[in-house]
Write a new protein. Sequence first.
Length: 293
Amino acid sequence: MQHSASGVSRDYLINLAIVIAMGLLLASIYAPLLLWLGQTTLQAEQLHNGGLIVVFALVIGLRRLVRSQAVVAEFSRLGLLLIVAGLVCLYAVNLAERWPALALLLAMVSFCLSFAGVTAFLFGPRGVKALLPAIVGVLILGLLAGLAPGLDWPLRGMAAKYSAAVLDQLGMNVGVVLQPGQPPRLLLGVKGQIFHVAAECNGFGLLTSSLLAAAVLGFYYELSWRERIGLLLLAAPLAVAFNALRIVSITLAATHLPLPYMLVHEGFGLVMYASALLILWWLARKRAKRAGG
């Protein structure tokens, strides 16, 4: 629907009002899911940075659309198809109640499709493309938020195993012990010092941020689907590796340098966290430049 600089047509305003009303109706339907995701992200410290990545991607996409003044308010086939697909997925959630992981996946896909549909009505295909990094980010954040409790101990085990292997190669005598209790504790013994591999050390925060950064960067730089999948597949082992290196560096520094432990813990943690994300950004940017010639 075209509108002049001096004013807007009546049909345009009616369409805009209908689209806004539809968006509010869908928001009320998905409100429980969004409230759960928001509360889980705020309560789990390891999801904070991942949430910020999604918000950042959303702000960049909306800024592009606002600058282009691309509000079309038209009922397109694309928007209708996306919303119908979203509602079908929402209906399928009831059929998957016995499989919580599948139900969560369907619920998150449903919301993302519906959100993309309203975006298509408001901004057209250009709007969907601009907000796609944020939409994919919301999907991944929701899935990881649901999987977080089940990934804690497997990730802790990998972190302790790989960091102990590296320290062993460096000639340090390392002992890994699971101490029974409520809750149990995973301990790393190095040079007479005991390091507790707590839930905060399992690398889930880095894993979340790496997967979200890979997804957002892949769509932001408009990489090919093969390159996007490759970046995502790289993000997980990269996060696991850098979390193990984080534990190794903290252990070495704490046993050899006369520095406050919290300074060592936070400092080396930040360096390894930033290094993993910078590698993903460098790879995505490099592939984008190569594709652009």
